[in-house]
Every structure is written in structure tokens, then in C-alpha cells.
Design a protein around this ligand. Sequence first.
Ligand code: PMV
Length: 357
Amino acid sequence: MDNLTRFSEFSVTPLVGSTTKWSCPSNIALVKYWGKKSGGTQIPANPSISWSLSDLKSTTNVSILSQGDFGFEFWLDGKPKPSFEPKLTEFFQRIMEFCPWLKSVKLKIESTNNFPHGTGIASSAAGLGALSTCLVDLETAEGQEINWEKVSFLSRLGSGSACRSMFSKPAIWGESSTIEGSSDLFAVEIPSTVHSNFLNWEDCVLIVDAGEKSVSSTQGHSLLSNHPYASARFEMASRNLTSMVGVLENGDTKAFIEIVESEALQLHAMMQTSVPYYLLMRPNTLAIIEAIWKFRESTGLPLCFTLDAGANVHLLYNCEKKLDIMNFVEEQLLPYCESGRYLCSSIGGAPKRIANE
Ligand code: PMV
């Protein structure tokens, strides 16, 4: 079956009045997606792997308001949010051929994030993940299993990294010769069992800069197409993905830390060597990284940092020594956070249906 046929299948045409509500977690990449292949829509240049962040999530309600030409209203936190409409319009244009029933309905989309706006935490992965889950749920007959591959496929067309938010185990997106079933079109769960060393981790996001990024991820990805180090980076990421899958299975925490931190620094090195170059780390990003290295060296505790495309630092740690680590955060890292803010989340979690009140 070709992909158009495979992802165009649905079991019911949603009727006016149909409604559904789902939450979806955000995710943090351990091996980063940075750069797209040319000639496709949202096809990653290298495979990536991420952990879902169950406590940083979007909740979205989608209802069918009326029949007629396609249209939608988008509400965020109870208020209409027209600034999100262009991105959503593009998303719907991309997915229309896979959900043809959309062509004749008007939708109301109501979304909330459980993390505050203006923390520099990207809401697109969780938001598009929740929206895609609602759309696939609406077209799924009652009692039938949701097609999570299709949810991941659709959400990828809205925001690449969103396609990894559907799985409570680590999720891999992008074709890798070493991972059977991996695909550029959707994410899959890691095929192996995750070692107990990695079952009890958390992510504490240290808010260094709550403002808008000077260069968006979309612009950042596009700068890879003419980047002097792109092919070396893509090869390295593919190797790191294979190593990371092995590490998550064999429980080698030291190797985990090395890959995660190296990936974060490579992501930012690519930004800093793009043409034109740019810098998203702030002085406090570096101060936090150095404090984490010093603390790890003196205590030997399993913790490390990673970064997404911004100045905030994600502190990943094994919860066994949570008290020590939270003391370290409070005493040594908070002075570097904007308004002393940080947000913690457990690792794992997948979309959840929210019962109608
Ligand atoms: O999904 P996008 O287009 O916002 O890109 C996300 C890129 C990174 O967060 C920097 C890395 C990743 O793999 O999530």
C-alpha cells in the first residue's frame, strides 16, 4: 500500500456536533533533529530520538461546528488566537489529502498548555500532537483502536518534532539502517527494552530566557541546506542514534551523558557556524552548564544537561537522588534563571483522552 492510501484511511466521517478532547506531552530530544532533506515535506536529514515530558503538555478540544467549506476557529486559554492561524492553515493544507472529510467541515479548536506562556518552552510539539490525536480520534469508529502511526504522521506535517510525542517509551523518528521499522514519515517506539537505569529520570527546565527566539526553528533548519558542516553532522547524529539505542538498553549512564551533552553542543555549534551565524545560548546558559559539570564531578551523581533551540537548559537526572539534585538547583542554578523560574517533568507519557465534563 502506498503512503497516500495508507494514511488516507479512516473509519467514520465525523458529524456536526462530534467532539473530542486529548492531552499530549511535549518531548525533549536526546539525539537532535536539525535540518530537513530537500524535496519532501518535513523529512528529517537525520534520525533523532526523544523522551516525552509527561508534565509539560497541551490539552486540546476539537468539535465539528458546521458543514460547508473547510474552516476553523482557534482558541488558546479561552481566547481567540488569530496569530496561530497561518501555521495551522498550512498544517491543514498539508493534511487535507489524508483526512478528506476535513474539506467539508468547520472546526472549533480550543487549546491550553499547562506550562506558562513566555517561558521559552516550545508548545508546538505538544499542541500539534494533541490536535492530531483529536483529528484521528474523530475519524475512528467507537471501540476501534486509534491509529497512532497516523497521529504521528499528521503531527509531523505540523511540527517535525511533534511526531515523537505519541509514545511513553523513547521515540525514534527518521530512517536508520540499524532500527527496523524506523521511518522518515512518522516516529516509532524504541524496539528494545529500556534498562532500569533510565526508568526514573526527570527533566528540570531552567528558564534562562523567557523571550521570543531571535531565529525560529524553521529558519534554523533551512540554514542546514547550505551549511559547510552539514554532512558531517548528519553522519554523527546517525551514529549517535545507534549508540543511544544501545545505551538505553544496556544502562550505560556515562555513555548516555556523553551522547546527550555532545548532541546539545553540536546543535548549537551548527547554529553558530551557519551562514549567517547566530547564537541562542546566553551567558547564563553557559554558567548553568559549568555548574552542572562541577556538581557532577564533585558528587558523581547521574545528571546532565541538554538544550533545545533556545537559551533554556534542560537538566536531566535520575530521581534516586532527587533531594540532593533539587538542593543543587535551588542553591546554585536558580540565580541564573529568569525570575528564578524552572519547571520539572517526569519522563515518559503519551496522549491521554480527557473525559467531557
Ligand atoms: O520540530 P521543530 O521544527 O520545532 O524542530 C525541533 C528541533 C529541536 O528541538 C532543536 C531538536 C529536536 O529534535 O527536537
